[in-house]
Ligand binder design. Structure first.
Ligand code: NAP
Length: 332
């Protein structure tokens, strides 16, 4: 059994824990919250036994093997650092870190703690349907680009309109559309097409000083990938990969439930893959294997692939942010 500690007591942590319960190889032992009573109220119904409101004590005294961190983005770096220093495996919510400098410092720390695994929770690139899309893409003779869209109105934008600054729209917390929903299409593009030559982001800025939505272009040697993402409007557009006469259409790049290949005669072929009830189950199932048997050669290969992808996404996200002149106060 993998013993689990958690940071973050919001709905995404519920969903992650549910995926670990469904997986069956996990036991939630330890909960950190800024408020001890909240840690108890959150963890006791889920059978956790250790509760902390001090981060150092959580990492020093907690009996867990793996920590799942779902805190505001700006806190990820320090919390991951502490975890690695205490030889805990880490599953960090996206975006793992806010700039390449943080990423390389963590990479150096990992070299000093070679048994520790650090995995970014990019749930959508671990699903069977995403794997089926990748296989179909490999079968396409010509690729002439793609358009990926992920835009959902956030209920927290109501707070912005009421004059507040929730974390996810706060530059102080490394929030904004690019850092939040933008990471999903960036991840998909990096996983499917690799590293582009150049990138540019055109954001729509909102009153908090964060980007609320925007469009980005990733320029590859032979084609371009257009990304359309945001948190202040709703889009019902699917995502597409363009062949010559053929096209691959996905209903949603981040929450894919259906993908269809239209062949050169425009005949539709629905890709066949299981869509789980809990969209975090596929990643949890894959992470479990790697964390249970980290030295197995296949697991090591998976881990290295995920880590490289995570580094690339970190660098692309930062370059996109730089291209739009968006700075975070903690970096100045
Ligand atoms: N994979 C996905 O589908 C998905 C979905 C949503 C979010 N996420 C990611 O998960 C992370 C958390 O997102 P979220 O929307 O849940 O964030 P959030 O609600 O702002 O905060 C998450 C948790 O962090 C703690 N927290 C909140 N404000 C804090 C502050 N000012 N200082 C210290 N701790 C604070 C709270 O726990 P306590 O009050 O118990 O301390 C809270 O439960 C982000 O990185 C986000 O990108 C991923």
């Amino acid at each position: 059994m993998l013993k689990l500690g958690i940071i973050g007591t919001h709905w995404i942590t519920d969903q992650f824990i549910d995926a670990t319960v469904k997986n069956g190889h996990w036991q939630l032992t330890s909960v950190y919250s800024r408020n001890l009573q909240r840690a108890r109220d959150y963890g006791e119904p889920k059978h956790a036994t250790e509760f902390f409101d001090d981060l150092d004590n959580f990492f020093n005294d907690g009996s867990f093997d793996v920590v799942y961190i779902a805190s505001p983005n700006v806190l990820h770096y320090q919390q991951v650092r502490l975890a690695i220093e205490n030889d805990k495996h880490v599953i960090i919510e996206k975006p793992a870190f806010t700039n390449p400098d943080e990423f390389s410092q963590i990479e150096a720390l990992l070299q000093a703690h070679p048994t520790v695994r650090l995995i970014e929770a990019a749930r959508h690139v671990h699903t069977p349907l995403f794997a089926a899309v990748k296989d179909q893409l490999n079968e396409m003779n010509t690729v002439q680009g793609a358009t990926f869209t992920f835009m959902k109105y956030s209920s927290r934008y109501d707070q912005v309109l009421a004059g507040e600054t929730p974390n996810v729209f706060s530059p102080e917390f490394a929030g904004g559309a690019l850092q939040d929903l933008g990471v999903y299409p960036i991840y998909a593009a990096a996983a499917l097409f690799g590293e582009p030559d150049t990138v540019v982001y055109f954001p729509t800025m909102i009153d908090t000083g964060a980007d609320g939505k925007g469009g980005a272009v990733l320029k590859y040697p032979d084609f371009e990938v257009t990304l359309n993402f945001g948190k202040i409007a709703n889009s019902h557009m699917p995502s597409e990969i363009y062949g010559l006469k053929d096209t691959l259409v996905m209903d949603n790049i981040a929450d894919m439930t259906e993908a269809t290949y239209f062949d050169e005669n425009q005949k539709a072929h629905k890709l066949d893959a299981v869509v789980p009830d809990n969209s975090m189950s596929p990643e949890v199932d894959e992470f479990t294997k790697v964390l249970e048997q980290p030295n197995d050669l296949n697991n090591l290969k998976s881990y290295e692939t995920w880590f490289k992808l995570s580094r690339l996404v970190n660098s692309l996200t930062y370059s996109l942010r730089e291209s739009a002149g968006i700075k975070f106060p903690n970096e100045q």
